[in-house]
Design a protein around this ligand. Structure first.
Ligand code: AMP
Ligand code: MG
Length: 308
């Protein structure tokens, strides 16, 4: 009988240190299949959080893989998108090309075949995989939480919020610095437990997005199958990694790249980083090594630096 280990939500721990919690407005909401914790300072905090919450629910509907009338539904039916929606889809498509297709937003049938969205897990045959890959139907699941973080940061800025830490189920968006002026500290989850392995220090409007094989997986006949699929094989990516964390100014970019670099692995992921100047990355390998590109400041662990 198949043994299912079930889905595990990514949790990046926030180490707010001596942040003055009393002056923050904070809220927890459940959206996009995860618990989100929003904390903001400055402006009218409660009003800003009301608007942030409404924006998250609206984005969830707009980009849903299953709701009639969503962008996905309209794309699959070749119906019109708004200009703004079209611009996001074009960016996502360009990012897919930039990653050589490692990030592929058209794998919905394939992820359904493996049963990841429904948790009705199944190991498909090669023929079933090939058929599902032909469908090419859209799925923005690997990009949307990062995009949402970015939209929220823009909205918070408009509403006069000057510091924020928005944890969208392990995808973290920061603004400004901690109330004491120190950088935000964002923990990278230890896949083997509830704790964290390393702490990234970031300042200003920054996205810290992690993709990991421990976030959703099942086991059958002693083999573990995780949810990040290699578009070349249609099967879970075997890149020797447990997780990849991307740190950059743009949430959509961070989310697309976290998935892509997980598929690509350290060597090809590093090559992509060397040819870019808009992100940093932290790789956690299956054998427990941590490697960080040279623009990252990590504390709480020993790690190797990848230089240009
Ligand atoms: P993330 O956690 O951002 O890496 O997104 C993983 C989710 O994106 C999976 O649960 C699938 O729904 C979908 N997905 C899996 N593999 C890929 C891929 N290679 N490119 C784009 N989306 C993917
Ligand atoms: Mg992603």
């Amino acid at each position: 009988m198949r043994r299912i280990f079930g889905a595990i939500c990514a949790v990046v721990l926030l180490l707010s240190g001596c942040a003055r919690a009393e002056s923050a407005a904070s809220r927890q909401i459940f959206a996009m299949d995860t618990v989100m914790s929003l904390q903001v300072w400055g402006g009218d905090g409660e009003k800003a959080l009301d608007q942030a919450q409404a924006a998250v629910y609206a984005l969830e509907q707009q980009w849903s893989a299953t709701r009639a009338g969503s962008v996905v539904d309209r794309l699959n039916r070749q119906e019109a998108l708004t200009e703004q929606e079209q611009a996001v889809v074009e960016r996502i498509t360009a990012l897919s090309e930039r990653t050589g297709g490692a990030f592929n937003p058209r794998l919905h049938s394939l992820t359904e075949l493996w049963g990841f969205p429904t948790q009705q897990y199944y190991v498909p045959t090669a023929e079933e995989i090939a058929q599902a890959m032909e469908q090419q139907d859209w799925d923005f699941g690997a990009a949307m939480k990062g995009y949402t973080g970015q939209v929220l940061a823009d909205l918070m800025k408009e509403l006069g919020v000057d510091r924020a830490i928005l944890n969208l189920g392990g995808n973290v968006q920061t603004m400004g610095s901690k109330p004491d002026g120190a950088p935000w500290q964002v923990g990278i989850q230890d896949p083997e437990g509830d704790g964290y392995l390393a702490v990234v220090q970031v300042e200003g409007t920054t996205s810290v997005v992690t993709s990991g094989s421990y976030q959703r997986y099942f086991e059958q006949d002693g083999v573990v199958y995780h949810h990040i699929l290699d578009p070349e094989t249609g099967a879970p990516a075997k890149s020797g990694l447990r997780s990849v964390t991307i740190i950059c100014r743009d949430g959509l970019l961070a989310d697309c790249l976290s998935t892509a670099l997980f598929v690509l692995g350290v060597e090809k992921g590093t090559e992509l980083w060397r040819n870019s100047d808009d992100f940093e990355a932290v790789f956690l390998t299956e054998d427990g090594k941590i490697l960080a590109t040279q623009g990252v400041t990590l504390t709480g662990c020993s790690y190797e630096t990848i230089s240009r």
